[in-house]
Structure formats: structure tokens, C-alpha cells
Design a protein around this ligand. Structure first.
Ligand SMILES: [Zn+2]
Length: 255
């Protein structure tokens, strides 16, 4: 039994064949997923997919790349949606310094506001970090994000940073890059992070694992991520699946 903690089945790439993709995931043993919405278009889609599928849940937040577009109304809307029975987390949120659509200061402000919101509604947060590790860690500390904890999504920093995140009550989630031949750090992270703090994800349609690198990713491929981590941790696939699924259910409050 696998739990893909980060999917974008609400992306245009799945518009034509989403149900087939979900069926393939089930056949691969992926019983649970969280669909992540991050703006006015993807959030309602995430909720509607969660409403119409038994073991699919939703996360709602505002993406840092579009931080400049977020209004107070958007924030209020996200807060209202947090009460939905299938919404299990706030996010994705964070900082993305790769793209410059939203100035850093605005990204930081929107990030801080969403952490405060999550603390108010008592839901864990999903963190998106691109080229902004130092500022992410600083803001999580300053805003006492530890109170709600959450997920460092598609973690790509060092084992030392992973350690800092664990201390702040965060889980480390690994995706496709752990299977890439030239990816050293995710492999080191997979080895050192305790099994009770690890999660797996695809981030589909992005970041497909080897041997599908560069193609459209889908939840069924989370099994390839699980297999690679099991190999790195020298444990059976069954054991890895059992722990990561249990971790995700605990974090998201799913029985
Ligand atoms: Zn994502």
C-alpha cells in the first residue's frame, strides 16, 4: 500500500485521461493521494477530485511563484476551504527564487501569512522550496511553524538541512530525483532520515522518476521512488511502504 503525498492530478496534463491514471495508480498499489492546489484554478479542481474519489484528499495553498497575485480575499477563501472534510493540509507554500515573477519580499510575506493561517486552522503545511533554503528555514523558525509541522516537499537540500527540518517537526518527502543516477544528495538524505520521518511523492506531472525522466509523471510511478528508497535504506519494499503510508496518514489525520 503506497501513499503519494503530492500529486497535481488537477493539472491540464491529466485533463483527458485522469480516471485511467487513477486506475493505473490503484493497480500499482497506490491507495492514497493528496492533490495539491495552489491558485484560483487548481484549488477548486483539487477539491472536486477529492470529493469524487474515496482515498484522494486535497491540500490548498498559494504558490510562491504567484505570490504577487494573492489578495486578502484569496487568503480568506483558503481559510474557508480548510474546513472542508477532505482538505488535509495548507500548501503548497514557500519560496521560489528560480523565477522572478514575484519579488522575494512579497513571497516571504505571503509565506508568513499562510503559516499563520495554518496555525489558526490547525493543519500541517506543505513547503515548496526552490533555491531558497536559508530563508525557508529562517521563516519556519521565526513563525514557529513547528506548532503545525508538515512536509518538506520534494526535498533537495543536504542531510544537515534535513536534520534542521526534522527538529522543527517536519517530514522529509522524496520524489523522482532520488532515482536519478546523478542525484547524490537525495540519496544521502534517504539513507539518513529516520524511516518514521520519511514520505514519498511523485509531484506528477513533473519530475518523473527513472526510467521515465522527462516524460509525464503519474502517481503509479511513486512505486519506483519507494523501490529506490527501500534499496538505499536496505529494507524490504513492504516495510518501506508500510512506514511511509503510516507516516502520511498520521500527519494528515487519516484513519
Ligand atoms: Zn507541487
Amino acid at each position: 500500500m503506497l501513499f503519494d503525498t503530492h500529486v497535481h492530478l488537477n493539472a491540464d496534463q491529466f485533463e483527458d485521461d485522469m480516471e485511467e491514471v487513477i486506475d493505473r495508480a490503484k493497480q500499482a498499489g497506490v491507495d492514497y493521494m493528496v492533490v495539491v492546489g495552489f491558485d484560483r484554478v487548481t484549488i477548486p479542481k483539487a477539491i472536486s477530485i477529492a470529493e469524487s474519489h474515496e482515498n484522494i484528499y486535497a491540500a490548498v495553498g498559494w504558490h510562491p511563484v504567484d505570490a504577487i497575485d494573492m489578495t486578502e480575499d484569496d487568503l480568506k477563501w483558503i481559510e474557508e476551504l480548510a474546513a472542508h472534510p477532505k482538505v488535509v493540509a495548507i500548501g503548497e507554500m514557500g519560496l521560489d527564487y528560480h523565477w522572478d515573477k514575484s519579488p522575494k519580499e512579497i513571497q516571504k510575506e505571503v509565506f508568513r501569512k499562510q503559516i499563520a493561517l495554518a496555525k489558526k486552522v490547525k493543519l500541517p503545511i506543505i513547503i515548496h522550496n526552490r533555491e531558497a533554503t536559508e530563508d525557508i528555514v529562517e521563516i519556519l523558525q521565526e513563525e514557529n511553524a513547528q506548532e503545525v509541522g508538515g512536509i518538506m516537499h520534494c526535498f533537495s537540500s543536504t542531510p544537515e538541512i534535513a536534520e534542521q527540518c526534522l527538529e522543527m517537526n517536519f517530514y522529509i518527502s522524496l520524489g523522482g530525483p532520488v532515482t536519478f543516477k546523478n542525484a547524490k544528495e537525495p540519496k544521502e538524505v534517504a539513507k539518513v532520515v529516520p524511516i518514521n520521518k520519511l514520505l514519498i511523492e511523485t509531484d506528477c506531472p513533473y519530475l518523473a522518476p527513472h526510467p521515465y525522466r522527462g516524460k509525464r509523471n503519474e502517481p503509479a510511478y511513486v512505486k519506483l521512488v519507494a523501490e529506490k528508497i527501500a534499496e538505499l535504506k536496505e529494507m524490504s519494499l513492504e516495510e518501506l511502504e508500510e512506514h511511509t503510508t503510516k507516516n502520511a496518514k498520521k500527519l494528515f489525520g487519516i484513519n
